[in-house]
Design a protein around this ligand. Structure first.
Ligand SMILES: C[S@@+](CC[C@H](N)C(=O)[O-])C[C@H]1O[C@@H](n2cnc3c(N)ncnc32)[C@H](O)[C@@H]1O
Length: 190
């Protein structure tokens, strides 16, 4: 599913190794799925040097351009976010997940926001960790509420000063943006 077996092949095994080494670094870890030009993830990495920032994006040229400017605490990879959360990240390895203006799916095969994805996010986000989400598509806001019936987080995750490309467009064109700041529930011990 989503090329999850790819990373068992020798050609891609090195990517998996460096990913897991990065995830194992000391300090909290943020993940941004679909970082596009990388303005936000790079800005967070520079603004919070003791935190680590991981980003994945499908478009190769975007990844190469952004990765060339990434500081040590930031790893940017060309990878499907679904592959990452489904097959590669260890349990409870992420402190903050950022999904900013995800692409509205053109077919079920391309959809990011699915029950399977939500289940994987539940696995990789640490209990109490935060999902930070923004969209200008009402149907995607409704979908997030359905997939993540989580309480609003007590505090937002670390945010830099940069706006994403789509956020700028929404601001310029006065398009309404829906936001969510949700906390993965902490399991109750019985
Ligand atoms: C609508 S753009 C928004 C980009 C940026 N986050 C913003 O707010 O301007 C969505 C981005 O997500 C990327 N993307 C879509 N599906 C993805 C997936 N499954 N994994 C990683 N990136 C994905 C696209 O290539 C695109 O750059």
């Amino acid at each position: 599913m989503y090329g999850t077996r790819l990373f068992d092949r020798p050609k891609h095994a090195e990517v998996k190794r460096s990913l897991l080494a990065f995830v194992g670094r000391p300090g909290p870890l943020g993940l941004e799925i679909g970082f596009d030009h990388g303005m936000c993830v790079l800005d967070r990495a520079r603004s919070f040097p003791t935190f680590n920032q991981l980003g994945v994006e499908l478009r190769q040229a975007r990844v190469e351009a952004a990765a060339a400017n990434a500081p040590d605490n930031c790893l940017l990879l060309r990878m499907d976010g679904r592959t990452l959360v489904t097959a590669l990240l260890p349990d409870a390895s992420i402190d903050w997940l950022y999904i900013l203006f995800p692409t509205p799916p053109t077919s079920p095969k391309r959809a990011l926001l699915t029950p399977a994805f939500a289940g994987s996010v539940h696995r990789v986000l640490r209990p109490g960790g935060c999902l930070w989400f923004a969209t200008d598509r009402p149907e995607l806001a409704a979908l997030i509420d359905e997939l993540f019936p989580w309480p609003t987080a007590a505090a937002p995750p670390p945010l830099g000063g940069q706006l994403s490309r789509r956020e700028r467009v929404c601001r310029r064109d006065e398009i309404t943006v829906s936001r969510r700041c949700l906390a993965r529930p902490v399991p109750t011990v019985t």
